[in-house]
Design a protein around this ligand. Sequence first.
Ligand SMILES: C[S@@+](CC[C@H](N)C(=O)[O-])C[C@H]1O[C@@H](n2cnc3c(N)ncnc32)[C@H](O)[C@@H]1O
Length: 307
Amino acid sequence: MAITLFLSSGNLIADRRYDFGRDLQLRGDLAGAADLMAQAVELEPGFASAWFSLGDLREQLGERDAAISAYRRAQEADLDDRHGAKLRLMRLGDERMSDMPPGYVRALFDQYAPKFDKTLVNDLDYRGPEILLKAVLAARHAAKLPAHFKCAIDLGCGTGLAAREFGSLVDEFIGIDLSPGMIKQARKTGLYARLEVNDMVRGLQAEADDSANLILAADAVVYVPDIAPLAVEAARVLKPQGLLAFTVETHDGEGVILGQSLRYAHSADYLRDVMTKSKLRVCAIAPASTRLEAGEPVPGLVVTASK
Ligand SMILES: C[S@@+](CC[C@H](N)C(=O)[O-])C[C@H]1O[C@@H](n2cnc3c(N)ncnc32)[C@H](O)[C@@H]1O
């Protein structure tokens, strides 16, 4: 899922230097590429894409300090941080772990939106919605409750793959996603009664108490480090016996980390603790991998918790 965001500097010569730099990078000449990026930012000091690429190249060349200063310049040059320089700084240990820049998530998924289904399903063997469906059916079966939901909220709904999977179980779907491009694709499915471009927690905050029977998040909580606010809001918005179900990536250590993939990974103990504190009852936290990376299943968990 590698897409390179390009924001023109507005200066044709600087943009050309950037293009040549990218060509050299693709041919494996990292030092030559870094040289060209340095020339581009010398010509245009506010050229965010060139600063970001310079940071990436310096990082690959093992020049940590130079990478950090280039990423900082990329952040200054684009206050929305659409390249996600902040995440690179977090991964380099130069910044404390915190939320992803919303501008980065939006830019990333707006670019993916038109080819998202094909890339994820065909190339990465994506199984998030299918895993959630099995987990939800198992939780309802164990609780001796019908697997039918009047109102479901799909957090980070993307193009609508989860609504398609849950179609026959849900009367009315509400979709919330940060990316207008993804929402546009979801709208085309005709599966959602309401779609909203919003952060998932803010979107939940706007929903009434005891109003949803099911809250889903397929492969979306991997973009959220602290899930406590989400769990608290889910507990408020769910009707009694309502279900929260989501997938995460996980790791063997404690708490939450930012993985090499630039997605967060949550430990099982952390999830259990957050669910309990938000007064949700954990039904199951089970191993489940939603996708492949470099041909290998990414370690993950599927969580179901009820009100
Ligand atoms: C990997 S996609 C999964 C989409 C969909 N759930 C599916 O299973 O196909 C992750 C989605 O989460 C959305 N997202 C990430 N962070 C978000 C946030 N804080 N609030 C709302 N949506 C978010 C992204 O825009 C993207 O559409």
